[in-house]
Design a protein around this ligand. Structure first.
Ligand SMILES: Cc1cc2nc3c(=O)[nH]c(=O)nc-3n(C[C@H](O)[C@H](O)[C@H](O)COP(=O)(O)O)c2cc1C
Length: 341
């Protein structure tokens, strides 16, 4: 990966406190194995929002895959599909969503940002449903880009031929970096930011499940349940927005306790090994999202690289389950995990 791409894809915001905290939280966690349990007929299969999943993880939405491979998001989605793993397509995809759907039918979750107005946000979500996506992931934690010093130092710039093609008709995407000479961030951005009423409106008007991504507080998770979100993703955007936000694993148990273990709570940030998936599930998550490991697979070997990374994760999860004494996902329970916070 070039220095510029590495600064964009792998770095975090600010001093990378949150980026590091995500990984450290998993490094501190332990699982107590339960040997000699019967493991016959075991599997990683599970269900999420009523649909089957071969394993409890998905590819996190991340932007501009064409920076890493010419086939871009199509390479990632196909590599994931080869391992029966679902990819969530980013709003900032560098490949047209209809082409993507034609190439990889299993990719049917579309991630969306608030697009500045109810109408614009609804229109993009609707275009995703028209293209065949079934589930909308609304990311709520990045109203403005975080302070990404390493990107600035590396002078990262998008090449002119790589753009968020699915947002071509959206007037002013909110994730755009601040332009030189612009005055206060509040002046420029705050008037167009959504609040809970806007999100409730979107959920009510969409004819599809909407999952909220970027929840870190139990009260916000409860609010998501109240307004009819189909699930929440406990996420700090992989440490790319508020540097100083807590590690996701540290806040996950309190969120699950607040909304109840039947509600779909997912988590991402710092998941690098099969054992991390086991820890997240024992801490109450129904499934996890994996970002940068997939970035690395795509950068090293395109579709095949993505497939390889996801195969490793699937195999590691199976080994971890076997060694821990869990035949099924339901056997992964909270008393096995010690978070050592
Ligand atoms: C380069 C990059 C781009 C990202 N772009 C998006 C995005 O467009 N939409 C979004 O909701 N999250 C985005 N994310 C956040 C990921 O979905 C996810 O929350 C995070 O990467 C998970 O942490 P991990 O990389 O430690 O696994 C991005 C992450 C990275 C690294």
């Amino acid at each position: 990966m070039s220095a510029e791409n590495s600064a964009y894809f792998l770095a975090g915001a600010g001093d990378e406190r949150t980026l590091q905290a995500n990984a450290h939280a998993f490094a501190r966690a332990h699982i107590t194995p339960r040997p000699l349990r019967s493991l016959g007929g075991g599997s990683t299969a599970t269900t999420l929002l009523g649909k089957p999943l071969a394993a409890p993880f998905l590819v996190a939405p991340f932007a501009y895959h064409r920076l890493l491979d010419d086939a871009g998001e199509i390479a990632t989605a196909r590599g994931a599909e080869a391992q029966e793993i679902k990819m969530i397509l980013s709003a900032q995809s560098s490949v047209d969503m209809t082409r993507l759907r034609a190439a990889a039918q299993s990719c049917d979750w579309f991630q969306l940002y608030w697009m500045g107005s109810r109408e614009a946000t609804h229109a993009v979500a609707q275009s995703a449903l028209t293209a065949g996506f079934t589930t909308i992931v609304l990311t709520i934690d990045a109203p403005v880009q975080g302070v990404r010093d390493r990107e600035i130092e590396a002078r990262f710039r998008l090449p002119p031929d790589i753009t968020p093609v699915n947002l071509a008709h959206v007037p002013r995407p909110r994730f755009a970096p601040l332009a030189d000479g612009q005055s206060l961030v509040f002046d420029r951005i705050a008037p167009d930011l959504p609040d809970w009423d806007d999100v409730a409106w979107l959920i009510e008007t969409m004819n599809a499940p909407v999952v909220l991504k970027g929840i870190l507080h139990p009260e916000d998770a409860a609010k998501a349940v109240q307004i009819g979100a189909a699930g929440v993703i406990v996420s700090n955007h992989g440490g790319r927005v508020l540097d100083g936000a807590p590690a996701t694993l540290d806040v996950l148990p309190a969120i699950v306790a607040k909304v109840g273990s039947a509600y779909p709570v997912l988590v991402d940030g710092g998941i690098r090994r099969g054992i991390d998936i086991l820890v997240a599930l024992a801490s109450g998550a129904k499934a996890v999202l994996v970002g940068r490991p997939v970035v690395c697979g795509l950068a090293v070997a395109g579709e095949l690289g993505v497939s390889h990374v996801l195969r490793l994760l699937r195999d590691e999860l199976e080994v971890a389950m076997l060694l821990a004494g869990c035949a099924t996902i339901d056997d992964i329970t909270p008393e096995m995990v010690h978070l050592n916070r």
